[in-house]
Design a protein around this ligand. Structure first.
Ligand code: ARG
Ligand code: ZN
Length: 464
C-alpha cells in the first residue's frame, strides 16, 4: 500500500503538472506556466504595469453618457506572452467587471485594488500571442494626488476630460499601465448625439448616428504609452486642415474657449513644422490640440492631440506639448525616474522657441535659472532622478532644460543639434534611458561628460 502511494507521489512529482496545466504534448519542451508579476518592475511605482506579457494592440470600445456619468466598456488587449502564464494582471481602477475572455474562452478573474487578475481556461505558453477581452461598466473615478492634481478619465458637465499621466489610463480601460509597454490603439466611442468624441490619431470613416447616439472611430497606428491615450468628450468647435508643411492638423475648443480655436490651430501647425526642422521628421500621422473647460491646472501631450485644461494656451505651452511628440511620445521613458528626458527636453524646446523668435536667448533663460541663490529649492532636487512623491517638480522641467543647455555649451551648437536629431531618430517609437543619452552625447562629441551630467542631473546642489 505504502509503496503504491510512494510511486504515485513520485509520478506526480516527475510529471510536474499542476492540475490546471495540461502536460506537454509529444515530448516538446515543457512549458513552465506561472503567474505574471503584478508590476512591470518600476520600483518607484511597484504596482504600475504588469509582468509576463507585452501588449501589441488595444481596442477600446466605450459608450459614455455624460448625464449619468456611466461608462460601458469592452476593451480587447492583444499581447504576446514573455513567459508561460497561468494567470496575468491588467491594471483597472473601479468599475464592475462582468466578463473576461482569453482567446474567446471564458476566463476566471479577481480584483485586488487596481489589479485585475485573469486566469485563462488554458494557460498561455511563452511566446504565444493571446487576446483578452474585458467587459466592464460603472462611473469612472479619476485619481488625485497632492502634486499631481486630478487626472485620468474626468467627467465634465458635457462629457469628459481625459488626461492620464502618470498612471490614470486604468481609470477608463484595463491596461498594462506603464510607458515601458507601448502599442497602437483603436477607439470606438459612442456618445449621445451632439457630443463630439476626440481620441488619438485619425478618425476612421465618418461618425454614425442611430437611436440618438453617435459612434466615433479613431485609430492611433503608432505605438503609444497608455497615459497618452485620450477620449475627450463634449461640445467642441473644430478646425481641420493641414499644417503649411502638409501634416493633418485638428484643433478643437470647448465653446467657452472658442476665441482660442484659430490661434491653437495656426500655432500648432507652425510649431509642428518647426520642430520637424529641429528634431527630425514628425513621428505621427497628425497633429493638433484640444482646449476643454476643465481647469486641470496643466496640459498633457496626448499623442497627436495635446490637451489644454481650461485655459487659453499660449505659444510656449504649445511649443512644449508638441516637442513632447518627439520627446516622451515617440521616445518613451522606461522608468519614471528618467522623466527629465520628457520634461527637460520639452522645456528646453520652449527656450529654443523663444530664441528662434528673438524674444530671449536660451543662454539668457539658462543664466536666469543658474543665478538663483544656492539655497533655492531647485538645487536640492536633482532632476535626473524624478521622485515618485513629486514627479513633476519644477526641477525636472527647468533644471532638466538647463542640463541640455550646459551640454550645448560644452559640445557646441553643431554637435548639440545633430545629437538631438540622432537621439530622436535612433529611438523613434522606442524606449530610452538617461544612460543612453549620456553615452550618445559622449560618443558624438568625443568628450568625457560625466562630470557635467553628474553636476546638473544628480547632485543636490547648485552646479558651479
Ligand atoms: N506632461 C505634462 C506636461 O508636461 C504634465 C502632466 C502632469 N500630470 C499631472 N497629473 N499633473 O505639461
Ligand atoms: Zn511636459
Amino acid at each position: 500500500q505504502r509503496g503504491v502511494a510512494l510511486v504515485a507521489a513520485l509520478v506526480g512529482i516527475l510529471a510536474c503538472a499542476p492540475a490546471d496545466e495540461p502536460s506537454p504534448a509529444n515530448g516538446h519542451q515543457v512549458s513552465d506556466h506561472r503567474a505574471g508579476a503584478p508590476g512591470i518592475g518600476d520600483t518607484d511605482f511597484p504596482k504600475d504595469g504588469n509582468g509576463g506579457y507585452d501588449v501589441g494592440h488595444y481596442a477600446i470600445a466605450i459608450d459614455y453618457t455624460p448625464a449619468g456619468r456611466r461608462l460601458v466598456g469592452v476593451t480587447t488587449v492583444t499581447a504576446t506572452a514573455t513567459q508561460g502564464l497561468s494567470s496575468f494582471n491588467l491594471d483597472l481602477a473601479g468599475f464592475d467587471v462582468s466578463a473576461v475572455t482569453v482567446n474567446n474562452a471564458p476566463a476566471t478573474f479577481s480584483r485586488n485594488g487596481d489589479e485585475l487578475t485573469v486566469r485563462p481556461a488554458r494557460p498561455v505558453d511563452n511566446g504565444a500571442r493571446f487576446t483578452v477581452k474585458v467587459s466592464y461598466s460603472g462611473v469612472p473615478t479619476p485619481r488625485s494626488g497632492t502634486t499631481l492634481g486630478t487626472y485620468g478619465f474626468i467627467p465634465t458637465p458635457d462629457g469628459a476630460f481625459v488626461a492620464a499621466e502618470p498612471n490614470g489610463a486604468k481609470t477608463w480601460f484595463p491596461a498594462n499601465d506603464h510607458p515601458a509597454d507601448k502599442a497602437p490603439f483603436d477607439f470606438t466611442i459612442t456618445v449621445p448625439a451632439g457630443v463630439t468624441a476626440l481620441a488619438n490619431g485619425e478618425m476612421v470613416g465618418q461618425p454614425t448616428t442611430a437611436g440618438g447616439k453617435t459612434t466615433y472611430r479613431w485609430r492611433e497606428r503608432y505605438p503609444m504609452a497608455t497615459y497618452l491615450a485620450t477620449a475627450t468628450l463634449g461640445k467642441f468647435d473644430l478646425r481641420q486642415g493641414r499644417t503649411p508643411g502638409g501634416i493633418p492638423n485638428l484643433a478643437a475648443t470647448d465653446p467657452r474657449f472658442r476665441s482660442a480655436l484659430d490661434g491653437l490651430y495656426t500655432t500648432s501647425g507652425t510649431l509642428t513644422d518647426h520642430w520637424a526642422t529641429v528634431f527630425g521628421p514628425y513621428p505621427f500621422g497628425s497633429t493638433g490640440g484640444v482646449v476643454d473647460d476643465f481647469a486641470a491646472g496643466y496640459a498633457l501631450e496626448n499623442q497627436t492631440k495635446p490637451l489644454y485644461g481650461g485655459f487659453h494656451p499660449g505659444e510656449n505651452i504649445i511649443a512644449h506639448e508638441l516637442a513632447h511628440q518627439w520627446f516622451g511620445n515617440s521616445l518613451s521613458i522606461t522608468r519614471w525616474k528618467d522623466l527629465w528626458l520628457n520634461e527637460g527636453f520639452a522645456t528646453y524646446a520652449e527656450w529654443l522657441w523663444a530664441e528662434h523668435k528673438g524674444t530671449r536667448t536660451a543662454e539668457a533663460a539658462f543664466r536666469e535659472l543658474h543665478n538663483r541663490p544656492a539655497t533655492a529649492p531647485i538645487w536640492k532636487y536633482p532632476p535626473g532622478r524624478a521622485r515618485p512623491d513629486d514627479l513633476f517638480n519644477q526641477s525636472v522641467y527647468s533644471r532638466g532644460a538647463a542640463t541640455l543647455h550646459a551640454l550645448r555649451k560644452a559640445v557646441g551648437d553643431q554637435t548639440f543639434f545633430a545629437l538631438l536629431k540622432k537621439w530622436a531618430a535612433d529611438h523613434r517609437y522606442g524606449h530610452v534611458t538617461t544612460d543612453q543619452f549620456i553615452e550618445l552625447a559622449e560618443q558624438m562629441s568625443g568628450k568625457e561628460l560625466s562630470a557635467l551630467f553628474d553636476a546638473w542631473l544628480f547632485q543636490p546642489r547648485r552646479p558651479a
